[in-house]
Each structure stands twice: as structure tokens, then as C-alpha cells.
Design a protein around this ligand. Sequence first.
Ligand code: SAH
Length: 264
Amino acid sequence: MNANDPLPHPPMSDPGPKGDRGGRGQTLDEVSRESNVDERELAKFSALAHRWWDPTSEFRPLHEMNPVRLAHIERVAGGLQGKRVVDVGCGGGILAEAMAARGARVTGIDLAAKPLKVAMLHALESGAAIDYRLMPAEELAAKEPGAFDVVTCMELLEHVPDPARTVAACARLVRPEGHVFFATINRNPRSFLFAILGAEYVLRLLPRGTHEYARFIRPSELAAFARSAGLALEDLTGMSYNPLTRAFALAADVGVNYIAACRK
Ligand code: SAH
């Protein structure tokens, strides 16, 4: 976030899933036993929240990928009209509003208060009827298991201490036969180059420190999380970024950004 932030981990020093990466100086295991949240991550998003809907801001990549991921979700889920959808880690509501505009009945949950407030204010202005709640996915899953036709969890898993637990909560939220979409970033030297060096240091699309290499997730790891949560992986699609046209496009290459579509 600022010049004092440590440099991201180089690709070869992946500390594995048990490094000391939790908030408040705890180990990852301690954090995940209590709550599956890293307060430092929430603070990063809260500090920038007022710029969430500015398409030239730090959130530009989310704005640029939104039409592409929306179309993909609609196609794989067979349309959104009338469907009950929960957007887990909805932030300022870029995807939540777009899904509501396509006829979905959307609930948006996040654990950062400021982005959620921005989402609520924006929905008031745009007239979108979205049920926003400050609530962990695990809690909503306990309250409303199987209540949603579609669950979306985009650009969140790489920010939580225990992504397998978030995947399991998403699996609990969706109804049998329903769809769950996870978008995250692959972990390999090329994703380090593009998603961290390229995006944060060269193109400066994102503030430095937005992403931590060790938290990136390989599709095989995500597939394993999904399988243990009772979800079947149906589709893996990449999202490639062209810095010249500043456009994202769906692609077969899942080497950097990708979307996993699962079915219960
Ligand atoms: N899904 C949105 C926002 C992505 S930014 C989109 O793709 O447009 C990541 C979001 O995850 C932020 O809003 C942040 O506050 C939220 N977040 C981080 N950790 C979280 C957690 N443990 N539970 C819920 N939301 C979390």
C-alpha cells in the first residue's frame, strides 16, 4: 500500500500454507481457528473504498473484468433472471449490481464495513435492490444453507487465511445442482510476473502489496478444496489482460487470472 510495504515474496520462496501470514501477528492456524479473516486485508480495501466506483482508480481491473466475468457467469449458470444469488466478498458491489441488473435477486456480503457502505450508497443511487450484509460466509451458510441458486466469490480467496474454509462455506450456501463461481489468481512464476510485478510495479494498475504471491491458488488446489466441499468442478476459464487495449478477455490460458465454475 505504501513505500514501506515489504516486497512481495519471490516465486521460489513459497512458504506453503502454514506461514505466519495472519493479522495481528498470529500464525495462519490461529487465525483460521477463530475467524477466517485477515484484518490487514480488510484495512487495505477499506482505505480505498471511497474510490471503488471510479473506473480509473485502484479498482480499475475489477471494472474492466466485470462485463467479461458477468457474461461468463450468465452463460454457465444458464441466465440470472429471477435467481437468488449471493456475492461473497462483494466489496463495493461492482459485480453484485451488474447481476441485479440482469434480473438476479442479489445478496452481497463482505467483512469490510467501508466497502459495504459504499456498495449500499451506490445501490441507493442506481436503484438496485440488493441485500447487503456485513457477515462472514460461514455465518450466512449456517443461517441459510442451500438457499442460493448461484454463489459468486470473485477475487476473494487470495485474501483470506483459509481459502478451503471459504470454499466450504460457499458450497453450503448453494442449493443442490446450483452453481458456484470462484475467481482467483494462479501461483507460478508467470503469475508472479504479471499479477504482481506487472500489475503493481510496472503498469501500476494496483497498489503495491495488493497481492501476496504465497496466497495465490493453483487450479488443482482449488479443485481439491471444491471436491472436499462436495462441489464438482465443471469449467476452468482464464481471464487474460491486454495492457494495450486495457481489456480482459476470456481465454483458455488459466496461467494468471482464472474463474472456476463448480456445481453441487
Ligand atoms: N468480489 C468483489 C471485490 C473483490 S476485492 C469483486 O470482484 O468485484 C476483495 C474483497 O474481499 C474486499 O471487499 C474485501 O473487503 C473482501 N474480503 C477480504 N477478506 C474477506 C473475508 N474474510 N470475508 C469476506 N470478505 C473479505
